[in-house]
Design a protein around this ligand. Structure first.
Ligand SMILES: [Zn+2]
Length: 208
């Protein structure tokens, strides 16, 4: 499993290109901006992007949807709970950010769905709170979690945006993410990677 971490756009949201080392099939997570860095990473990996997933539909995670759906020809997927947000351009107008509208998703994701990308298997975990339809993707064989804006290194997602729910966010972290093993690498939507074990003991918001 090859992971490219690509901070893009005004808020430097992490876009992830996750490529199966054996087959070059790839998953593109949160193309938040029409950034050449994403195209360059796809070319450098010789990646065959099979699916584009939005962990959630805030504008800084969906801003490149239109461009990369067209460039890769891959279908777009997210949870239906964030579909209204996707159709409102992820709240971009409230931030004064001009954004092209996202295409409609080709697929709606449900908790427990498994996305097979080459030999990689990503399980869809339902982790609402930062947004109503926020999902995380867990690749168990490679101990990797892509959790968008739920959990950060020593931080958690904000819940003051429309549709945010602090109690739901804490449940998502404690009951869903902290159910994973300590050695799972956490690839968040902003900032550096961490691990479940490090955040379980060191995250001031949710440590136990
Ligand atoms: Zn967000």
């Amino acid at each position: 499993m090859l992971v490219d971490i690509l901070p893009v756009g005004p808020l430097q949201a992490n876009c992830y290109l996750v490529t199966c080392a054996e087959t070059r099939a790839a998953l593109l997570i949160d193309p938040g901006w029409n950034s050449p860095a994403i195209s360059e990473a796809i070319a450098a990996r010789r990646a065959d992007v099979r699916l584009i997933v939005n962990t959630h539909a805030h504008w800084d995670h969906i801003g490149g949807n239109a461009h990369f759906v067209q460039e890769t020809g891959a279908p777009l997927a997210l949870h239906h709970g964030d579909l209204p947000l996707l159709r409102r351009k992820g709240g971009a107008e409230a931030w004064g950010v001009p954004l092209p509208p996202s295409p409609e998703p080709d697929r709606l994701l449900n908790p427990g769905d498994v996305l097979e990308i080459g030999r990689l298997r990503f399980e869809v975990l339902f982790t609402p709170g930062h947004s109503p339809g926020h999902i995380s993707l867990y690749e168990a064989a490679h101990r990797a979690l892509f959790c968008g804006d739920v959990l950060f290194q020593r931080g958690i997602g904000r819940t003051d945006l429309p549709g945010g729910d602090a109690a739901a966010l804490f449940r998502s972290i404690r009951d869903v993410l902290f159910a994973l093993p300590d050695d799972v690498t956490v690839y968040p939507g902003h900032g550096p990677a961490t691990t479940i074990g490090e955040e379980r003991v060191g995250n001031p918001w949710v440590s136990i």
